[in-house]
Design a protein around this ligand. Sequence first.
Ligand code: GLU
Length: 492
Amino acid sequence: MEKNIRVRFAPSPTGHLHIGGARTALFNYLFAKKYSGTFVLRIEDTDELRSSQESVKWIFDSMAWLGLNWDEGAMPDGTQKGNFGPYVQSVRESQGIYKQYADKLVKEGKAYYCYCTAQELDEMRKKAALEKRPPKYEGRCRNLTAEEKEKFEKEGRKPVIRFRMPDDGTTSWNDLIHKELSFENKLLYDFIMVKASGYPTYNFACVIDDYLMKISHVIRGDDHISNTPLQINLYKALGWEIPQFAHLSMILGPDGSRLSKRHGATSVQEYKKEGFLPETIKNYLALLGWSTQDSQQIFEKGELEEKFSLEGCQKNPATFDPVKLKWMNGEYLRKLDKKTLSDLVLPYLKEAGFDLSYPKVPLEELIYLEYEKYKVLSEAPSLLSFFFKENPDMDAEAVQSVFSKPSAYKVLSGIAEVYSSLPNFEEKSIEEATRKFAKDNSLKNGEVFHPVRVAVSGKAQGPTLFKMIEYLGKDCAVNRIKAAVSLCSVNK
Ligand code: GLU
């Protein structure tokens, strides 16, 4: 890459960081890493009604959790890092940064005051619809005389400032993902740069800031493609160099419609809570609209930073597949060692209200028993619950299908005896004794193992049987088996 790479993530703090926003942040981050560039975080809080400090915090938290550390920008402690600040648009506004450029453009006739009221604009839109014209602002205030202006002022109208869009010609750019994109200027409109409140709009503030912050590449979602020709015209009017643009593909839900709340969790925070690892989310997001030539799925630490490229980004929509995401999380969970897994699972067990002092073996061991099964950490309580109370919850279906077998009564009462008299209650000896019991009674192993499993855990499936029994301990296992005897319905 020829010049200093500077990219930015510029979220509007109007809620949680969503999958789409996180993907944009990640791609900017990866691009900066790949080319030893600078990743800037800018807070675009010019929507006075919807922006909140709480949302800024959520964004900071989610980015930190994903490990998307920025080199420059607004920082969580209220300070800023870098020489191009402030990095919060409301602060920039208060310093008059936008106003000076708006005034300059007005002075040069490239922007103008517009006094149209909301009601008048609404009427214009209705009229345009009736006449089958596009609902764009037709420029009533483009050439107001001094008298007309004065009259409006006297009426107490508060003007906005609009950009004077060229009437003819086209605006095109070579998008780094979508290739050549072109818009006829007559289809563009005189967008508002400064609102009646004096606050800049997104399209205006974004251009001023991208320029002043020396952003070389604007990488953002393709929902912004329609804003880009407006912004390019603004760069031209200001005589500024235009950055490169890369618009990332849209993200669809599994049903083919744009990803939204309807498809389930959409915020990074929700995924965190459900027990996804940040590594998984990062890996999965990277594949939403980008791939390597050999379609690599799982990336080791640092690999994405090395392999990412805009050339590998597709313009076609990407589909968000929650099943694949869970599969991937399982893959990542299985890479963890006992201690790390246990530290991550423990808060879920605590939240489930389990008596963590009940088991006689270290929690780490119990938690690791099921390590092959976890897809998300929040599944741990339901997989492990029977370790934490005296009597397990009995799964009605398992009880019905297993305890109704003719041999169940004999098996459970016999095994309770066998286990009671086992001197050494360890996996190996429990297994040997259980197999011997089956053999001595001419039963198949399954005829013994199944009822024992249901008796001690309440479930038809679970961790490896004899280890689980060892971990429950002799008294607990025998008591549970004895209690289950009464649930066996036939052949008493
Ligand atoms: N604040 C805008 C948004 O959150 C940023 C768009 C851009 O990257 O230019 O959508």
